[in-house]
Write a protein that binds this ligand. Sequence first.
Ligand code: HEM
Length: 141
Amino acid sequence: MRELVFVHLLGASVWVGGHLLLLLRVFPKAWQSRDVAAIRAFEQSYEKLGIPALLLQIISGLWLASLWLPPAQWLGDSPFAALIRMKLACLLATALLGAHARLRLIPRLNPDNLGWLGVHIAAITLVSLGFVWAGLSFRVS
Ligand code: HEM
C-alpha cells in the first residue's frame, strides 16, 4: 500500500507539476510573443514524461481505489464511492480535453487560436488539481 501511494504521488507530481509549469510559465511567455513554436516544443518534450505518468496514475489509482472499496461498491452511496466517482469524472474530463487538444487544437495551432489553447491548458490544470483534492480527501476529511 505504502509503495503504491508512493508511485501514485510520484506520477501526480509529474502530471500536476508539468501542467502548472505550462500554465504559469511557458504559456504566458509564448502568449506575449504569440510564439506557437514554444508551446509545440514544450508539448513534444513534456508528453514523453506526462503520458507515462498519466498511465501510471490510472493503473495505481484504480488499484488503490479497489483496496479502499471493492469495485462492485463504486456506484454505492458511501463517501469513498463518491470520491472514486469524482476521480473517474476527472479522468473522463482529462481524456476529453486531452484528445481535443491533441487532435484538433495542436495540429492547427496558430497565433489566432493560441488563446483557446490557453483556456484548455487552464481547464486541464484545474482538473489536475481536482484529482489531488479528491485524492487527499480519502485520508483527510
Ligand atoms: C493525474 C491523475 C491523478 C492525480 C494527479 C492524482 C493525485 C492523487 C493524490 C495527490 C492523492 C493523495 C494521496 C494521499 O493522500 O495519500 C491521491 C490519492 C488517491 N487517488 Fe489519485 N490521482 C490521479 C488519478 C487517480 C485515478 C485515475 C484514480 C482511480 C480511481 C485515483 C485514485 C486514488 C485513490 C483511491 C487515492 C487514495 C490513496 C490513499 O490515500 O490510500 N487517482 N491521488
